[in-house]
Design a protein around this ligand. Structure first.
Ligand code: FES
Length: 102
């Protein structure tokens, strides 16, 4: 999955961009309506936002909801696959680490 987007000004289909802002561990991150949470994170330059059991960094692996590497907490909901959840303006996203208490 590429974090690059075609700028709206050069988009051949004249797509419009509606900006949104989510917070990730309390830090505001800007995105575009229609992006997944993973898409917003990748576009902001993040490649990993979770750690596995070994402590290895995890982010997007499959990008289609099959591997669970991209899990985040959104509001009160834990274990949300960031690649499958469309970002909504105001989402409060928290990163997770394996072995954390629930
Ligand atoms: S990247 Fe595999 S489930 Fe999200």
């Amino acid at each position: 999955m590429s974090p690059r987007r075609i700028p709206a000004a050069t988009d051949a289909v004249e797509r419009r961009e509606t900006p949104l802002t989510i917070t990730v561990d309390g830090e505001p991150v800007d995105g575009i309506e229609g992006q997944s949470i993973a898409g917003v994170l990748l576009a902001s330059g993040r490649r990993a936002w979770r750690t596995g059991r070994s402590g290895a960094p995890r982010g997007v692996f499959c990008g289609i909801g099959a591997c669970f590497d991209c899990l985040v907490t959104v509001g009160p909901e834990r274990d949300v696959r960031a690649c499958r959840r469309r970002a909504r303006d105001g989402d409060e996203v928290r990163t997770q680490a394996r072995g954390e208490e629930r």
